[in-house]
Write a protein that binds this ligand. Structure first.
Ligand code: DX5
Ligand code: ZN
Length: 215
């Protein structure tokens, strides 16, 4: 069964409670994008917002770190309420294995993320360790971008490699430009978790948009 993770980056920050309740009611995970203005050319939100959402959340918090030195902050995000924590391979390189272990030692599911221009083979050495993989289908940094079609082959390649390693239970999460129009193709390629920001929160009927992505 596919899981839907609405990205709070596209939520209504003046009425966050309304959007948190929508996720509680209709979706599976809260996707929280943490941007530092350094790893990506944008700044989103930090601990106070994550903690506030954690208090009201009845679904797990999936925290996507787009920051340099993720190892410095994973503990605080775990304390803030993250159930899943992912960091970019591009920000960690050969430290990736150690950071996956650091996250797991905090009792949190650990994920590794790559941007669309990073060869998928770069993360193969970490596939035996990761609890999930996050593949960007746009360049990290902003909501509302267009889905990059080549992402489908990348999802299939990582899915095949995970299966080859006997890790069928490890889900691939896909993030960027996903909506009802391409959800089926992304799922067919091998995704288990779909992140969607604008397609949910900018929709006239967000509950219906989520339902359409599940079908
Ligand atoms: C982009 C973020 C995404 C973003 C997705 O850097 O990682 O999670 O919020 O937004 P949409 O679904 O609008 O592309
Ligand atoms: Zn994200």
């Amino acid at each position: 069964m596919i899981q839907i993770a609405p990205s709070i980056l596209s939520a209504d920050f003046l009425h966050l409670e309304k959007d948190v309740e929508l996720v509680n009611r209709e979706a599976d995970l809260f996707h929280l994008d943490i941007m530092d203005g350094s790893f990506v050319p944008n700044i989103s939100f930090g601990f106070p917002v994550v903690e506030a959402i954690a208090k009201a959340a009845r679904r797990p918090l999936d925290v996507h770190l787009m920051i340099v030195h993720p190892e410095k902050y994973v503990e605080r995000f775990a304390k803030a309420g993250a159930s899943m924590l992912s960091f970019h391979y591009e920000a960690a390189l050969e430290e990736s294995g150690a950071i996956l272990e650091q996250i797991q030692a905090l009792g949190v599911k650990a994920g590794i993320v790559i941007n669309p221009d990073c060869p998928v083979q770069k993360i193969f050495p970490y596939l035996d360790k990761a609890d999930f993989v996050l593949l960007m289908s746009v360049f990290a940094g902003f909501g509302g971008q267009k889905f990059i079609p080549e992402s489908l082959e990348r999802i299939a390649a990582v899915r095949a490699e995970l299966d080859r390693r006997g890790r069928k239970e490890v889900p691939i999460e896909v993030d960027g430009g996903i909506g009802p129009e391409n959800a089926a193709a992304v799922k067919k390629a091998g995704a288990g978790i779909l992140v969607a920001g604008s397609a949910v929160f900018k929709a006239p009927d967000p509950a219906q948009a989520i339902a359409a992505m599940r079908r």
